[in-house]
Design a protein around this ligand. Structure first.
Ligand code: GLU
Length: 273
């Protein structure tokens, strides 16, 4: 059932959780275990859980002896190919503690906009969920570079939520909520609730992530939240460190985007968002 407010999160049957590069790589690779614990707790309740995770490029940095995030596209793609492998290994090692199997799904936003690959992805996702496997989705960086260029796995997560008719999308980052202005500025206030269709007039939304290895920011989160909300999926934006509380429906946490009253088709949702 689609939760109408954060307190109803436990009623969600199907959840997509999206985590960014800076939350699961480098010094923060240790956040994988608590993240997986929170996903496993939801899975144990019978909830179907999909994880959309960035972090392939950032994970590869020490393995390729790079000083930092590579700047040229070919090296970024090569790093993503190496890091994706390590990232999945880390997730599976962590999921093993709960007896859960991961399934790697590499997609492009374009795949989800064209009928044949969309149907293929949908069929595979349905079967994975039916088998109680936890799909872990990332952009297919060897054939697509949208996230590398625009920092937009948030959008991919929204399209995945729409594809599988998720009840809830949780967008995680290192900032705990959306604020009326960048949170380090004085007077910034947490936005607790965004009604469907609210244009957020007067809110200053930053476009750059803070931690350096990720590329998304509040802007991509808000536009992803709008896509998902328009397709009837409730959205919660919060911090990776708060994911366990978030999935248990603690109120007073993050920013909640109310979903549209009814599910729209993919085309209608894009026009509305
Ligand atoms: N999908 C890529 C990754 O997971 C790109 C992320 C980025 O640009 O930082 O690493």
């Amino acid at each position: 059932m689609t939760p109408r407010r954060p307190a109803d999160i436990l009623t969600a049957n199907r959840i997509v959780v999206k985590v960014g590069s800076s939350s699961v790589s480098g010094d923060n690779a240790g956040q994988i275990d608590p993240l997986v614990d929170a996903l496993a707790a939801a899975h144990a309740r019978g909830t179907e859980v999909v994880l959309v995770s960035s972090g392939a490029i950032a994970t590869a940095i020490p393995f390729l002896d790079l000083e930092g995030r590579p700047t040229d596209l070919a090296t970024q793609q090569a790093a993503a190919a190496v890091g994706q492998n390590v990232l999945m290994w880390r997730y599976q090692t962590s999921l093993d503690r709960h007896g859960i199997l991961a399934g790697q799904v590499l997609l492009t936003a374009g795949d989800l906009e064209n009928q044949t690959p969309r149907q293929n992805a949908q069929r595979a996702m349905e079967r994975l969920l039916g088998l109680r496997i936890l799909p872990i989705v990332n952009e297919n960086d060897t054939v697509a570079t949208h996230e590398i260029r625009f920092g937009d796995n948030d959008r991919l997560a929204a399209l995945v939520a729409e594809l599988i008719g998720a009840d809830l999308l949780v967008l995680l980052s290192d900032v705990d909520a959306l604020y009326t202005k960048p949170p380090h500025l004085p007077g910034a206030e947490r936005i607790a609730n965004v009604a469907f269709g609210d244009a957020l007039a007067g809110v200053e939304i930053g476009s750059v992530g803070r931690a350096g290895v990720g590329t998304g920011g509040a802007e991509t989160k808000v536009s992803a939240a709008r896509i998902a909300a328009a397709s009837g999926t409730a959205v919660l934006i919060t911090a990776t460190a708060l994911v366990a509380d978030a999935l248990e429906g603690r109120e007073q946490l993050g920013t909640w985007f109310e979903p549209a009253a009814r599910r729209h088709t993919a085309g209608e949702a894009r026009a509305l968002s």
